[in-house]
Design a protein around this ligand. Structure first.
Ligand SMILES: Cc1ncc(COP(=O)(O)O)c(C=O)c1O
Length: 277
């Protein structure tokens, strides 16, 4: 790599090369030049309005120095349905600060790497009780939940039937599983039933043996459209054809239902009818 024409001339002495040849093309030619458009540090809680820290660069955006000035800005990059992120009503600030004193901040990372603490367990028990299920697993990231859970529960000889407007984490999780995938038109129950019936009649590709498992995947509230899934009808179809049902409630837990228990509470569906046959 020493004489490579791709060698990054800004590489500091004593540091290794992170990328080989063309692998660094994006970083060198694009990312460094435009990176000030994102990853902007803020000096406030991430509520509806934020204080962005002003920065300058002397090396074409490779590094930045903050000036000490704060730029007031509107936050259109994150959501905060429950108000926990800016907490102007003081819902959880005291508890958060207490736990930050007790536990390292790295506890917000992957538990596989950083371990499980008593708060994780307590949270899982509470979440399970809250949504009316026998148990829960808490992940640090919504995207990671779908992209790691779906391959874990679905394998070869199984079929995923996915709403056409499902989030990209569901799409990628489904693709990462060894499962077959069919898509039905968004919230169209008749089409869901047609796809299910046809899949069951035809069975698996080539040898036509029955599917080992069929999973219908929908969302509680669809993030880009804002509409709610027709859960009671979807549950009926799943029960009729003995398919499992997976409901991603990223936007509906806390936001729907009289006590915030999500789309089941909102539509009067028994939580036991989600997940199980
Ligand atoms: C339905 C749905 N599932 C999962 C995710 C991923 O969640 P996160 O952004 O917390 O990783 C999103 C993100 O908006 C979503 O809309």
């Amino acid at each position: 790599m020493k004489n490579s024409r791709y060698r990054d001339k800004s590489l500091k002495p004593g540091y290794g090369i992170l990328f080989k040849s063309w692998e660094s093309f994006f970083t060198r030619r694009l990312f460094h030049r435009v990176q000030d458009c994102w990853n902007r540090p803020i000096a406030s809680s991430p509520g509806a309005h934020i204080q962005v820290m002003e920065r300058i660069t002397k090396d074409g955006n490779k590094s930045f120095q903050t000036t000490g000035n704060l730029i007031p800005a509107m936050n259109v990059g994150s959501y905060n349905y429950l108000g926990f992120a800016d907490d102007w009503k003081e819902t959880c600030r005291k508890d958060v600060m207490e736990s930050v004193d007790k536990f390292p901040l790295s506890m917000a990372s992957s538990r596989m790497d950083f371990g499980t603490i008593s708060y994780h367990k307590e949270l899982e028990e509470r979440v399970a009780r809250f949504v009316g299920k026998e148990a829960a697993i808490v992940y640090a990231m919504g995207y990671g939940t779908n992209s790691s859970t779906i391959p874990a529960i679905m394998g070869s000889e199984s079929l995923i039937i996915s709403d056409s407007l499902n989030h990209t984490s569901i799409v990628n999780g489904s693709r990462a599983s060894a499962s077959n995938i069919r898509v039905f038109t968004h919230n169209d129950i008749d089409q869901l039933e047609r796809v299910l019936r046809e899949a069951i009649i035809k069975g698996q590709p080539r040898h036509h043996r029955p599917w080992k498992k069929i999973l219908v995947m929908v969302e509680g509230i669809y993030s880009m459209e804002g509409d709610i899934c027709r859960l009671p009808e979807i549950v009926q179809v799943c029960k009729k054809y003995k398919a499992y049902l997976y409901v991603d409630e990223a936007h509906s837990i806390g936001a729907l239902g009289k006590s915030g228990r999500g789309v089941c509470e909102q539509t009067g569906v028994d939580p036991n009818d989600v997940g199980k046959l």
